[in-house]
Design a protein around this ligand. Structure first.
Ligand code: NAP
Length: 287
């Protein structure tokens, strides 16, 4: 029951129509009997500072931050958690009596998905990251912090791959980070020697479901764990190709769930049941 004591949570981004966060968070709030509501706010370009002022003045307890504001929001906050500082992106804000602190729960979400859902230990493994955008940056930090032996970034735009490699090498000076372009002759041997491949591009995401970032499926092998951050469809062309060579595969649903769970814990001190959230997503179209 919404009343004068109800605390507000939310999501800010643009566009936000695709998000499952209101559904997941409100269901957990109801289940746990917590007097909060979670709403989605579409914040138009140029209006981010006003939205942050609104968080303070309306005493909103916390928000998730999504595309395209994860980096821009940092300069508008009072404090940044060290992990979010290292990633250079904030996806969760906690409002403690007017002091806004930014966190990055995407990194924890990625680690939990790989270690708990796939049962894969990243330490001393060779990792390939496909893509070099915001999600790749969080993945890069997650695998560096988990002690990967080496990382190679495969990306369409050479300059962006180099930027990400330079950033990771500077932050984690003990690691050598390679990068190659998204062409078969450059990535074939890199993937052949890898233990873990994480696709962070939107290639294969609905509605364009017939494409894969790895156009030569023979590059995949049975000792490789393939993770596709895309979760709609549940099995992308890349994950199907992994299955065809008896490699293990996992979509990005775990990251979506675990980053949300970490945000929820920061705001409320309570933990939603991951199995309930999985049930909700399963009932949605395309899952
Ligand atoms: P982004 O910053 O725009 O980066 C996208 C990356 O994909 C870039 O490196 C880009 O290459 C590459 N790319 C895009 N289209 C391509 C194409 N047609 N061919 C080759 N490369 C292409 O986006 P992001 O924030 O990193 O998000 C990327 C995807 O990750 C999202 O679409 C989403 O599916 C997924 N994601 C999932 C979760 C989750 O919870 N599971 C969370 C975050 C993101 P260039 O550098 O050449 O432009």
């Amino acid at each position: 029951m919404v009343n004068t004591k109800t605390t507000l949570l939310g999501l800010i981004g643009y566009p936000i129509g695709h998000s499952y966060s209101p559904l997941l968070h409100n269901s957990a709030l109801r289940r746990l009997g917590l007097n909060y509501v979670y709403l989605a706010f579409s914040v138009k370009p140029g209006e981010l500072a006003d939205a942050v002022a609104g968080i303070r003045s309306l005493n909103i307890r916390g928000v998730n931050v999504t595309i395209p504001y994860k980096e821009e929001i940092i300069s508008l906050l009072d404090k940044i958690d060290p992990l979010a500082e290292r990633v250079g992106a904030v996806n969760t804000i906690v409002n403690d009596e007017g002091i806004l602190k930014g966190y990055n729960t995407d990194v924890i979400g990625i680690k939990r998905m790989i270690e708990e859902d796939a049962g894969f230990m990243i330490e001393e493994k060779n990792v390939v990251i496909v893509g070099a955008g915001g999600a790749a940056r969080a993945v890069g930090v997650a695998v560096c912090e988990s002690g990967a032996a080496g990382i190679t970034i495969i990306n369409r735009t050479h300059k962006k791959a180099k930027l990400l490699a330079d950033f990771l090498e500077k932050t984690y000076s003990n690691l050598s980070i390679g990068y190659v372009e998204l062409s078969v002759d450059q990535y074939y041997n890199v993937i052949k020697e890898a233990d873990l491949l994480i696709d962070t591009t939107p290639i294969g995401m609905a509605p364009e479901i017939k494409v894969s970032p790895v156009i030569e499926p023979q590059a995949l092998h049975r000792d490789l764990l393939v993770i596709d951050l895309v979760y709609n469809p549940a099995e992308t062309v890349l994950l199907k190709a992994a299955r065809d060579v008896n490699a293990s595969g996992l979509n990005g649903e775990g990251m979506l769930l675990y980053q949300g769970i970490e945000s929820f814990k920061l705001w409320t001190g309570h933990e939603p049941e991951v199995t309930k959230w999985k049930e909700i997503l399963k009932k949605r179209k395309n899952f």
